[in-house]
Design a protein around this ligand. Sequence first.
Ligand SMILES: Cc1cc2nc3c(=O)[nH]c(=O)nc-3n(C[C@H](O)[C@H](O)[C@H](O)COP(=O)(O)OP(=O)(O)OC[C@H]3O[C@@H](n4cnc5c(N)ncnc54)[C@H](O)[C@@H]3O)c2cc1C
Length: 481
Amino acid sequence: MKSVDQSKTVHAQKSVMPPASPSGTAPVPRIKTAASGSAPQPDPTLKRRIEELAMPGAGRKMNILGRLLVDSAEKTIWDRDTATLPVGARYWRKKARDFARTYFRPDALEADLDPYRYDPKPLLSAAAKAGFQTLMLPFPLGSAEPLTYIRSTVIQVAAVAEEFTTECGGLGLLLLAHHLGCAPVLLSGHVPSMLRHLLPLYGRLKQGAAESMAFAITEPGAGSDVEDTEGGAQAHLVTTAKRAKGGYIINGRKCFISGGGFAQSATLYAKLEGEGIESWTCFVVDKKMPGFSVGRREHKLGQRASDASELILEDVFVPEENVVGKLRSGWANNRNVLNYSRPCVGAIALGTGRGAFERALEFCRRTYLGPKRLIDYQDVQITLSDMAMSLWAARAMIWHSCAQLLRCNQAASAAAKVTGSDTAFKVCNQALELMGDHSYVHANSAERLWRDSRLTQIYEGTNQINRLALIEAQWEAEFNK
Ligand SMILES: Cc1cc2nc3c(=O)[nH]c(=O)nc-3n(C[C@H](O)[C@H](O)[C@H](O)COP(=O)(O)OP(=O)(O)OC[C@H]3O[C@@H](n4cnc5c(N)ncnc54)[C@H](O)[C@@H]3O)c2cc1C
């Protein structure tokens, strides 16, 4: 650490006299100083007077009713926020923090450095057993707390997502992408699909099965195009389903599929032969189906513990009963899936920002610059305060978007995703600035979280596409009046 005594530069201006007034009359000094020429004398009573002025001590001079309205309890922002959540989300938030500290913390660095050697099965199994992989349905079908679920279907997942990625974005995504895979079945509103594909899987997961489901819309020629209405109309899709006896034969290719390498099945979208994206249909495709294979695994910048893989389909026969919901309802289903997943992506981002903030805070507490700890300098305090406020505001936006009375709304979801990811990246940058050269070292995790956060501005629709999603949703009601 540098030995520059920054205290001189930070506090020097406090003893500067205000400039003389232009009229020549004696200026009224705003800062009281000792007689000109001599240094200001320290006030021996200052410390006691500051203590007297500080709350809650000062509050004792108020009458009893006034005192009841003062909140000066020493609580973390985490505790304050948790207390505002509905009971189910509160429970899962606490449980996810403990789980991530136990299971993610010891493996995060290694899984990031060498993701190809990381075996996801023990983590998948432990998370499933603890109920984290069945949160898209309420108890007894799944593990979400029913009353909270009725108010907001995704707040429990969002609360878990932030806690997971505070420890590691990659391990977080490894578990959380599974909810995205299950969402098309749930949001199809098609009970036979749920009974056939979701409930048996949920049953196995509750027993601790190391299984997961991936979500596959992206193709080599279609990324943003399948996340935006105008793009959709011009998308170049190759994955095609051809009618066959008892089902469909699918050919094509999906890419950048999170968890595609280890998931046992995927909800995969294909157009019908001879038609365009209007015919998009969602199918449950099992990895054991002949003709289905996993192609290239991408070498990623961040969230490295989770794979992003190509899925290749060569004459894969998919039975009729694996069509999710109605034929040609895939486009609407996909758009709605994104509405439910984007607040959770905002929460994934938020966790990476909070992780970097927590590491920077710890660094500032134990690092000395000259005679004082970093955290005792006011300019450092101002930066830390800005980081905490930004994260707090993003969390409020994310939780607000989750609480849109059961149904997720396109504008609020896009806003939550953009706010969460842009905030996280900004906060990660601030953490890197505070930690200086130490931030650049892998073992200190800040650079890993910074890399993890960057991805959240790209997937689930780039932030540009999400900004357009807000305009599209609010166009008639608000923008085009
Ligand atoms: C690590 C990773 C994991 C992923 N996981 C999954 C997954 O599990 N399942 C899945 O299906 N997909 C997944 N994706 C794909 C992801 O959702 C897409 O990458 C994302 O939607 C962006 O699409 P694109 O990369 O093709 O960008 P492009 O569409 O090629 O966009 C390139 C640039 O053009 C801009 N742009 C595009 N259209 C417009 C427009 N109309 N107006 C203004 N600007 C525009 C974009 O904002 C961007 O800046 C993943 C991607 C990554 C990188």
